[in-house]
Design a protein around this ligand. Structure first.
Ligand code: PA5
Length: 361
């Protein structure tokens, strides 16, 4: 279809993907399984509120957990904290369980929250591959779930999310636990079968390669709703970090009260936008959200904008499989976009530069 197609030429692809992110993407189902096992032996105290602290590729595990558990009927307040301080806790600090998630263990915002939680007397758990967080947690006798090191944080989603979810199972009702265990097994199986499709099939048969092509030299604007909200964020971040290009995300129905007006912009630049609508099966979406997605598409297309609608590869599956398979598709899209852009997906020089300059004081 495309002459000298880098997407279908393994040796050219590996010349760009010098740090071999491809292997880590293929390993995702395995990371999830390994991470699940690591969460088995953690004892969590009774709690009434849950805070998951982290940034970037580590925090997204918290977003997925929140979206998933809320849909599974988990009724305790659960927030993801991105920043330096915990929210006000009133007199509930001792009943607020705080997870600090940092793949490297050296992210200053997460370390600050970890210390803040300690000062306020919150029970804590750390999930990390090492660094200062592991050190502090060991010193302060805080349980640590140690995950394998040496990966870019965003490729360690399986190792961050699975132990988090697994460690929380004892806090759930038996029926919820059993449903989650079933869905987890289904999810690993689904991802195992998707991995060779996304990794090996030629562009004509490969949805990840086709979608990357549609986003090449464009500015992706990704919209989600409910369970697809954190996936929209994940797609955006993966495109930024792997493909080194701008991408944006927003969420329905909120975007219909602000972002929508930006669709009026008449500029040659607007032709560069590609709108990606991340959908769940219609049976799962609120009827008004279905209508809103349909109207969104119509309004954009009437203005000549390009719209891609993307759904979970198998819409009949359980929630966790739909969530993680749609996210996995985005990981591969961002990977192929990196190849089209001719950039190694792994290095994130500007993130490192920001951290270095902050450390210089
Ligand atoms: O993907 C990345 O490299 C970043 O988004 C990091 O996850 C982020 O900077 C936080 O680092 P860590 O995940 O090590 O806490």
């Amino acid at each position: 279809m495309h002459a000298n197609n880098v997407l279908d030429d393994p040796s050219r692809a590996l010349a760009i993907d010098r740090s071999r992110m491809r292997d880590l993407l293929e390993g995702f189902p395995h990371h999830l399984e390994g991470g699940w096992g690591l969460g088995e032996d953690v004892e969590i105290p009774p709690f009434e509120r849950l805070l998951i602290c982290g940034m970037g590729g580590s925090a997204i595990g918290g977003d997925f957990l929140r979206a998933y558990l809320q849909q599974k009927g988990f009724h305790k307040p659960l927030e993801v904290v991105r920043g330096y301080r915990l929210p006000p806790l009133g007199d509930a600090a001792e009943r607020t369980l705080v997870y600090a998630l940092s793949y490297s263990g050296n992210t200053e915002e997460t370390l600050a929250c970890f210390e803040d939680a300690g000062r306020r007397g919150c029970p804590r758990i750390a999930i990390t591959s090492g660094g200062r967080l592991a050190q502090l947690a060991h010193q302060q006798k805080v349980p640590v779930i140690e995950i394998p090191g040496g990966m870019p944080p965003r490729t360690a989603l399986g190792y961050l999310l699975a132990p988090l979810l697994r460690s929380l199972l004892p806090a759930l009702r038996r029926s919820q636990r059993e449903a989650i265990e079933r869905e987890f097994a289904e999810t690993v199986g689904t991802l195992r079968s998707l991995s060779p499709l996304y990794a090996e099939e030629p562009e004509a048969e490969n949805p990840a390669k086709r979608q990357a092509r549609a986003l090449f030299q464009k500015i992706p604007i990704i919209y989600g709703s409910a369970i697809t909200e954190p996936i929209a964020r994940r797609w955006k971040c993966q495109i930024n970090e792997n493909a080194k290009q701008p991408a944006y995300w927003d969420v329905l129905p909120e975007l219909h009260h602000n972002e929508i007006v930006g669709w009026e912009w008449e500029s040659p630049l607007a032709e560069r936008f590609v709108y990606v609508l991340l959908r769940d099966p219609e049976t799962e979406e609120h009827p008004q959200i279905q209508r809103r997605f349909r109207i969104t598409r119509a309004l954009l297309e009437e203005r000549g904008r390009t719209v891609l609608e993307v759904r979970p590869p198998d819409e009949t599956q359980g929630l966790l499989a739909r969530l993680l398979s749609l996210s996995y598709l985005g990981d591969w899209v961002s990977y192929y976009l990196a190849l089209l852009n001719g950039v190694d997906p792994t290095p994130v020089e500007l993130i490192e530069a920001m951290k270095r300059r902050l450390a210089e004081g």
